[in-house]
Design a protein around this ligand. Sequence first.
Ligand SMILES: *Cc1c(COP(=O)(O)O)cnc(C)c1O
Ligand SMILES: [Zn+2]
Length: 417
Amino acid sequence: MTITAPAAAIGSAHALKCRECGALYPLDASYACFECFGPLEVAYEAASVTREQIEAGPNSIWRYEALLPVLPGAGNRPGLQPGFTKLVRADNLAAALGAETVWVKDDSGNPTHSFKDRVVAVALENARRLGYQTISCASTGNLANAVAAAAARAGLKSVVFVPSNLEAGKIVTTAVYGGTLVAIDGNYDDVNRLCTEVAAQRDWGFVNVNLRPYYAEGSKTVGYEIAEQLGWRLPDAIVSPVASGSLMTKVDKAFREFVQLGLVDDRGYQMFGAQATGCSPVSQAFRDGHDFCKPVKPNTIAKSLAIGNPADGPYALDIARRTGGAIADVSDDEVVEGIKLLARTEGIFAETAGGVVVATYRKLLREGLVDPGAEVVLLNTGDGLKTLDAVAPTSQPTITISPSFDDFEAAYNEVSA
Ligand SMILES: *Cc1c(COP(=O)(O)O)cnc(C)c1O
Ligand SMILES: [Zn+2]
C-alpha cells in the first residue's frame, strides 16, 4: 500500500519519498519506507527561484529557503542564522601541494563552529512545525553542540546523546548551553541504536532519526553557497569528509538542482570523499568495488567522522563512481599533518575532519586520482579549537625563557639558526 502525500506542502516540498522504491509519504516525522525499509528523502514540486531572488535574501542558509523543506519566513524566526560562511582562496596551500586552484569552504565560521548548524536549523524548523517540545540527536560531537545551542535559542528543551569518550572541547561546548547531555559508554553506532529505541518511545524530535529527511536537506546549502560564491558556477572537484555520507550526497544534490534550475551551467564535476583509515568503511568499499559498506569498529582521532555503519555509504559510493571521483582514507598521523598544513599555509585551524580532507586531497594528488589543474573546493567542516588534543603534543611554545633580553637573544638565535 502506498500512502499518498496530502496536499499540505511545506514550501516547495510536497512529500517524503523512498530513495529505493519511490513510495510517497506525508511530510511528517518518519524516515524509513514501510514497504522496503529504504530511507526517505524530501521530494519537491518543480521549485523555481532566480539568482536575483537568492541574492536579495539574508546572509544565511535562509537565502535558499525556496529550495528547502521549510514554511516561508524561516529566517524571521528565532534561530542562529547559520551559513554563508567564507569561501577562501587557498593559493599558499595550492602551491605547497603543487596544485593550481584550491578553495576552502570554511564552515568553522558557523555559530557553533561546524557545518552541523545548517542541518539542525532545517530540522528545527520541522520540529517546530510538527509540535515537538524536545529536540534530540545521536551525535559524534558537533551535532550535539549545534542542537543544544539551537534549542536554547528557540526556547525548546534538548536531550542529546554522545559517546562518553568525546573530546573535552565537544563535551564542554555542548553542556554550556544547558539541556540534558547523555554520555554513553559505547561508540556512535551504539548511541545511534539507543536513540532509535528512545525515538520510538518518546515524543521527541530526533534531528537525525525521525527528522532525518529534513536534517539532511540542510547540507545542500554548502553546495548552493559554493556555486553562488564562485560567481554562479560549479568547481571541477569537491573533497568532502564522510561520516554517515550525508553531506557528500547532499552537496552533489545541490549541484544537480542548481543545474536543473538553470542557475549554473551543466559541467562535469568530480566528488571525492575523505575518511580516516581508523574508520573507513566507505573508502574500503570503494577500493573493493562493493556497493555496500561492511560495518567497522572505529578507532581514530577523527571522532566527528567515526561512524562505523554509515547510513548513506551506498549513495556516497554511487556518487563517487558516477562523477569519476573516489573515496580515500588517511592515517591519524596524516590527519595531524593535514591540520598543520592548512594552518601554516592559510591561517585556518581546522578540526580533525578538516585535517582528513586536506590530507586526503594531498594523497589523491600524489596518486594521480585528481588532476593538479582541477579547480577544487575542500570542505572544512569544523573548528580546531574543539579538537586541541590532536595537535597539542606537537604544538607547544618554541622556546620558554626568563624575562631577560640576553636569554631571549641566546635562545632565539639558537632556534632560528
Ligand atoms: C558530522 C560531520 C561531518 C560529516 O557528516 P555526514 O554524516 O557524512 O553528513 C563532517 N565533518 C564534521 C566536522 C562533522 O561534524
Ligand atoms: Zn521503499
